[in-house]
Design a binder for this molecule. Structure first.
Ligand code: C2E
Ligand code: CA
Ligand code: CA
Length: 445
């Protein structure tokens, strides 16, 4: 079988239009997959579409050149995820088909996830940064049909469905119910009981304020201690909770845990300390969100607390009217609103100014390597001065190296969160760390 890149090249030249050249595609498939015993062939078709291409900074005037460079970059990146047994065909401007032969379903799901991961990082072209969204639908031969044309349509329709759903869910990039592996299905089923049995718990990652020269808050990060699989990352189980409706119970658990943590902090005489909770957009957008929140704040006496909600920047781009209303309501309850992963979306200054936001939390991709990357440095400078103009605070996250911390010291108003300063730890360890520091030298590092 030919290498993916070669086939990509062939079809690209065969079909000059963006329309899918089925005849050429069929011929390729027939040639590659039906040479031997068609009865025993198994393969899957991944229908992939890239979209978005929103620039974060810089203006490249030449759109044609931009498109050509993007297409070439996408092709190269995509090929890098494939083996020479996979077939890659470009079927539209930003649409591709990958055919994987003789593999179990989960392998294709894994490849799809890998591709999404590859494209989750911004792409640099001529100094401009682009965000590319990826949607993938998969169909399986012969389980979902033996007619090639129909199978491609099945994959394409699945892709379109994901794209539509993705916009309303947490992640347009990675969320897809059709991409669940067997393990994930199992975890999804086990999650309700896990929430009930206390297998989900929280770690606390302290945040250091350069202004106050002390730890002024912590982010709560969920963990699942699974009896068989050990520790499971929130990046795996939060999307599952969002899909099976468990996210509300999980969010309630988080707020109850926050209320208990505030009491522990009180007893340890740790005052003026905030707790930041990650709020899933799926929970935020449920009809009962506000009533549930009001109830919880009263029931667990969180009203008087220094509670922060982290809402991802991606979320701000959707549901604008409804979201604006709900954000104002949250703020009126005395909760501080943080924009998480700031910089990974592309909120305009206008949008930011219109929203009741208190804190911008800059994504770690902008912080890591800031000591060697001048562009990141300039970007941070711009964000800090923009935040100042909008009367917002800024948190930088993901600081792992002393060199990065040294650069960040130039930005006095910043609050800092990262492994270098404090790793996510159990509440007792957080209390101990803060007490030790304040006993020693006034809680400074
Ligand atoms: P996030 O909100 O962006 O959280 C920051 C993540 O970066 C955390 O990963 C944290 O452990 C990690 N991190 C902190 N400092 C550093 C550093 O210096 N270097 C590096 N490489 N990483 C650092 P974690 O705990 O695995 O959480 C991953 C994501 O899962 C979170 O990303 C958040 O989106 C989600 N998540 C975690 N807990 C919850 C929760 O209770 N509810 C919801 N809805 N989502 C949660
Ligand atoms: Ca967060
Ligand atoms: Ca973040």
């Amino acid at each position: 079988m030919k290498k993916p890149v070669e086939i990509l090249h062939v079809l690209h030249h065969d079909s000059c239009s963006s329309a899918l050249d089925y005849a050429a595609l069929m011929e390729l498939l027939q040639r590659n997959f039906f040479q031997t015993d068609p009865e025993h062939i198994r393969f899957s078709i991944l229908f992939i579409e890239f979209y978005g291409f929103n620039q974060f900074y810089g203006y490249n005037e030449n759109l044609l050149e931009r498109d050509q460079l993007l297409i070439s970059k996408i092709g190269k990146k995509l090929s890098s995820a494939l083996t020479e047994n996979d077939m890659l065909v470009r079927v539209g401007d930003y649409q591709y088909i990958v055919v994987q032969a003789d593999i179990p379903e989960r392998v294709s799901s894994e490849l799809a996830r890998q591709i999404m991961h590859l494209f989750s990082e911004p792409c640099m072209i001529n100094g401009d940064m682009f965000y590319i969204y990826t949607s993938i639908g998969i169909s399986f031969y012969p389980d979902e049909g033996t007619d090639l044309y129909a199978l491609i349509k099945v994959a394409e329709n699945k892709m379109k469905k994901v794209q539509k759903n993705g916009k309303n869910l947490i992640s347009t990039v990675q969320d897809s119910s059709i991409l669940l592996t067997e393990r994930q299905m199992e975890l999804k089923q086990a999650l309700p009981a896990a929430i009930e049995n206390g297998e989900i718990y929280f770690l606390y990652q302290a945040q250091y304020s350069q202004v106050h020269q002390r730890f002024t808050g912590a982010e709560m990060l969920a963990r699942w201690k699974h009896p068989a699989y050990g520790e499971i990352s929130p990046e795996i189980f939060i999307p599952l909770a969002e899909q099976n409706g468990m996210i509300a119970s999980l969010s309630i658990k988080t707020l109850v845990a926050a209320s208990k943590a505030f009491i522990v902090l009180d007893h340890a005489h740790i005052d003026d300390f905030s707790l930041s909770v990650n709020i899933s957009p799926v929970f935020l957008l449920t009809a009962h969100f506000y009533k549930t929140l009001q109830f919880l704040l009263q029931e667990y006496e969180l009203n008087e607390r220094n509670l922060h909600f982290e809402i991802t920047e991606e979320m701000l781009l959707e549901h604008t009217d409804y979201l604006l209303d709900i954000l104002h309501k949250i703020k009126n309850l005395g909760i501080c609103i943080e924009v998480d992963d700031f910089g990974t979306g592309y909120t305009s200054i206008r949008q930011l100014a219109d929203l009741p936001i208190d804190i911008l939390k800059i994504d770690k991709s902008f912080i890591q390597g800031i000591d060697t990357d001048k562009k990141k440095h300039d970007l941070l400078k711009a964000i800090v001065s923009m935040a100042e103009a909008l009367n917002m605070k800024v948190i930088a996250e993901g600081i792992e190296k002393q060199e990065e911390a040294t650069v960040l010291q130039q930005f006095a108003p910043l609050t800092i969160q990262g492994y270098l300063y404090a790793k996510p730890v159990q509440l007792e360890a957080l209390v101990e760390k803060i007490q030790k520091l304040s006993a020693g030298n006034g809680n400074t590092l």
